[in-house]
Design a protein around this ligand. Structure first.
Ligand code: HEC
Ligand code: HEC
Ligand code: HEC
Ligand code: HEC
Ligand code: HEC
Ligand code: HEC
Ligand code: HEC
Ligand code: HEC
Ligand code: HEC
Ligand code: HEC
Ligand code: HEC
Length: 412
């Protein structure tokens, strides 16, 4: 946001000097600063490229040097003082300043990152600042990953280490942006925000478990709708933890199409994604779910073939769907008895009602438990009994030998 006063000021400056972007004072400054060899006492170059500045948004808007270097506005004796105040962009961009100040970048950092300052110029530059839709801007959508990664690959220490961000550079979103030039693809800033970046645990974060559905759904509209109609989405809206959100199944930075071998939802990997929860005893107890989904699936023809890498056999998602998953009692569920022949029929041409009859997850939980229990008791009894008998046999044998030896000693 630009304060109106500043726009008026910029306009006035523009009108005052329509041909020469440099104003009276600019010429003063450039008298020295257009010198390529000018360096500070510490050796830093102080050369300002007038042409480059002229192409920047501020040069175009007719800002003069002292609009930003405000403490030099009243100086008439040059050379000016050695130490001058750092530029305060919020003179004209107040909203951005307060957003950054409240973000994870503006708040005190963890000790390991304490020396890293994240100010406007780190993301925007200084004298060559461009509009965000200028291809050469460091914050042009497709350039944003490079801008954030300058710090986030290696320099910044986070709880999760470094490499969890690097995988973004192989993701479908990165490729869509960099290769296809899709400036509407997901970049760091579309998911995290630009100025109001928050830690994931912050309730106001756009990438926290609560908000992530909306963040992805801004672009993947129908998928958000389907998800919210399914059993997982309904539970999520109720505020229940432990139901999957987009990133539990897709990961956050390594997102790929389902056809990509490394995708978390590649056909042969789906079973393990679902089973992380559906074979979890604690979760099952909490939600009254039946477990052993993975084992029963693995025992089936589909599961066995999938373990050997077959991608055309059914995985959990082929039968249950993936975003609008529903309970089998729901008439709209793909596994509702009335819909099963259609569900199987997608792959088994001509599958009638009989084809889908009988349990899919073959081993029923209760009988399985009973059977296992009986088997366990049998084995414990049998093995325990055998060991006891064996010990008894050894003991009796030892005692017999000892007695014979004792007897032999006694009678010469
Ligand atoms: C007579 C030459 C001269 C003129 C005119 C001049 N400067 Fe400088 N400027 C210098 C020199 C020399 C330094 C280096 C001071 C040092 O660090 O030793 C410098 C340093 C600077 C710095 C860096 C200070 C820092 O802390 O690193 C800024 C910013 C700057 N000048 C802006 C301006 C602006 C804006 C104008 C016009 C209003 C201007 N200068 C006019 C000579 C000049
Ligand atoms: C949009 C604001 C803005 C404008 C306009 C601007 N500067 Fe700067 N300038 C900065 C920032 C930001 C820095 C980095 C130091 C800081 O944070 O104060 C800087 C630094 C400098 C430095 C120190 C060397 C360097 O590159 O870090 C010089 C010299 C300088 N400016 C001169 C000029 C001159 C001359 C003009 C006019 C042609 C000008 N500036 C216009 C924002 C501006
Ligand atoms: C962590 C990097 C980062 C920092 C720090 C940062 N910006 Fe930005 N800024 C961005 C990105 C990314 C965009 C583009 C947002 C978009 O595409 O919607 C942007 C956009 C802008 C815009 C364009 C208007 C808009 O919001 O769409 C302005 C103005 C701006 N920033 C000013 C500032 C100022 C002033 C500061 C310092 C107070 C600052 N920025 C700090 C990354 C940053
Ligand atoms: C004296 C007022 C002033 C100061 C100080 C100032 N700007 Fe600007 N800024 C403007 C004006 C005016 C525009 C042009 C607005 C337009 O054309 O839409 C602008 C535009 C921008 C844009 C492009 C916005 C877009 O639409 O994408 C960015 C980014 C930006 N400024 C960042 C900065 C940063 C970073 C600083 C500090 C280094 C800074 N500005 C300092 C007045 C200022
Ligand atoms: C100048 C370096 C720098 C740049 C550029 C930068 N960051 Fe950061 N970032 C940091 C630092 C430092 C932290 C603070 C970590 C801490 O609190 O210790 C941080 C923290 C974060 C966090 C929270 C991490 C956590 O573990 O809590 C996120 C998310 C984040 N940045 C995203 C971004 C995005 C998105 C961009 C680009 C728009 C970006 N950063 C650009 C330095 C940078
Ligand atoms: C498709 C959305 C998306 C994109 C694109 C994305 N992120 Fe993330 N990012 C997330 C999600 C979701 C999390 C995990 C939040 C959690 O831990 O629950 C995350 C976590 C992070 C964290 C750790 C935050 C914390 O508080 O632990 C950092 C730092 C980060 N991302 C930086 C980046 C950078 C830099 C880029 C660009 C190269 C980027 N992200 C691109 C969604 C995204
Ligand atoms: C329970 C796990 C799960 C959740 C939660 C989930 N997905 Fe998916 N998603 C999948 C699976 C599995 C596929 C791949 C299906 C296939 O083989 O085509 C998929 C496919 C996709 C596709 C590709 C389109 C297609 O139909 O193949 C997109 C885009 C997508 N998901 C986005 C999202 C978004 C956005 C969210 C959150 C609103 C989300 N997903 C939540 C498991 C999930
Ligand atoms: C800013 C918009 C945007 C956001 C936000 C976004 N995506 Fe995407 N997504 C895209 C675009 C664009 C593509 C690439 C489509 C292509 O290349 O065909 C894509 C592709 C995908 C694909 C592969 C689709 C396929 O055809 O198989 C999945 C899966 C996906 N996104 C999941 C997510 C998830 C999960 C989130 C949230 C963490 C998310 N996306 C956030 C725009 C977005
Ligand atoms: C993060 C954990 C998690 C993941 C991953 C997950 N689920 Fe779920 N799922 C749940 C929870 C919790 C419920 C119970 C929701 C409720 O009852 O409100 C549930 C409910 C279900 C139901 C309805 C069960 C019933 O008895 O009503 C089906 C079917 C289901 N999930 C299938 C899947 C499939 C298929 C996948 C993989 C594509 C999957 N789930 C991935 C946690 C998960
Ligand atoms: C060949 C199709 C098919 C495959 C593959 C499949 N399921 Fe099922 N699933 C069903 C059918 C049909 C039912 C309902 C009848 C039953 O329990 O057998 C069901 C029931 C369930 C239920 C109980 C929910 C309810 O509404 O009764 C859950 C949870 C579940 N499956 C999860 C999974 C998981 C996790 C996987 C992968 C490891 C998977 N399923 C693989 C067809 C399948
Ligand atoms: C995603 C596709 C797909 C779906 C959906 C699917 N199957 Fe299969 N199934 C296969 C493939 C591929 C084979 C391997 C044998 C073949 O080519 O016919 C197979 C094999 C089988 C077999 C063992 C071999 C045979 O042909 O007798 C049975 C039984 C079976 N499926 C039952 C079902 C039932 C019941 C359903 C629905 C609840 C179902 N399948 C849904 C792809 C699928």
């Amino acid at each position: 946001m630009i304060r109106p006063r500043c726009v008026v000021l910029a306009f006035a400056l523009c009108l005052a000097s329509p041909t020469a972007p440099a104003s009276e004072t600019d010429a003063d400054c450039l008298m020295c600063h257009a010198d390529r060899d000018l360096t500070s006492a510490s050796g830093k170059t102080l050369f300002i490229d007038e042409n480059r500045y002229g192409l920047s948004i501020h040069g175009q808007a007719g800002l003069s040097c002292v609009d930003c270097h405000a403490d030099l506005a009243k100086v008439e004796d040059f050379p000016h003082a050695e130490k001058i105040e750092p530029v305060d962009c919020s003179l004209c961009h107040e909203a951005e300043k307060s957003a950054v100040a409240a973000s994870v970048h503006g708040r005190p950092h963890q000790a390991a990152n304490a020396s890293i300052v994240v100010s406007c110029k780190e993301c925007h530059g200084t004298h060559d600042i461009r509009k965000k839709d200028d291809f050469d801007s460091p914050v042009f959508a497709i350039n944003i990953p490079d801008t954030c990664e300058r710090c986030h690959l290696g320099l910044v220490q986070t709880k999760r280490g470094g490499d969890f961000i690097r995988v973004y550079n192989e993701s479908v979103h990165f490729k869509a942006a960099k290769k296809s030039g899709l400036s509407v693809s997901a970049t760091c800033a579309t998911c995290h925000g630009a100025h109001d970046v928050r830690a994931a645990a912050d309730p106001e974060s756009r990438v926290g478990r609560k908000a992530i559905i909306r963040t992805c759904g801004r672009c993947h509209a129908w998928i958000e709708r389907d998800y919210l109609e399914g059993v997982h989405g309904k539970a999520h809206v109720k505020g229940l933890e432990n139901v999957p959100v987009c990133t539990d199944c897709h990961t956050e930075h390594a997102i790929q199409t389902a056809e990509t071998l490394s995708s978390s939802v590649y056909a042969t990997r789906v079973a393990s994604v679902c089973s992380r929860c559906h074979d979890d005893e604690n979760l099952a107890r909490q939600f009254g779910l039946i477990t052993s989904r993975l084992r029963t699936y693995s025992d089936s023809f589909h599961g066995t073939a999938s373990r050997f890498g077959a991608t055309r056999v059914a995985n959990c998602a082929s039968c249950h769907g993936f975003h609008d998953i529903r309970n089998s009692a729901d008439p709209r569920s793909s596994i509702h008895p009335a819909n099963l022949s259609a569900t199987c029929g997608r792959c088994h041409a001509g599958a009638g009602p009989n084809f889908a009859k009988g349990k899919i997850h073959v081993v029923s939980e209760k009988t399985e438990a009973k059977g296992a229990y009986i088997a366990k008791i049998f084995y414990i009894t049998a093995i325990g009994g055998l060991i006891s008998l064996f010990c008894l046999f050894i003991a009796v044998d030892l005692a017999r030998r000892a007695r014979t030896r004792w007897k032999a000693k006694k009678s010469p």
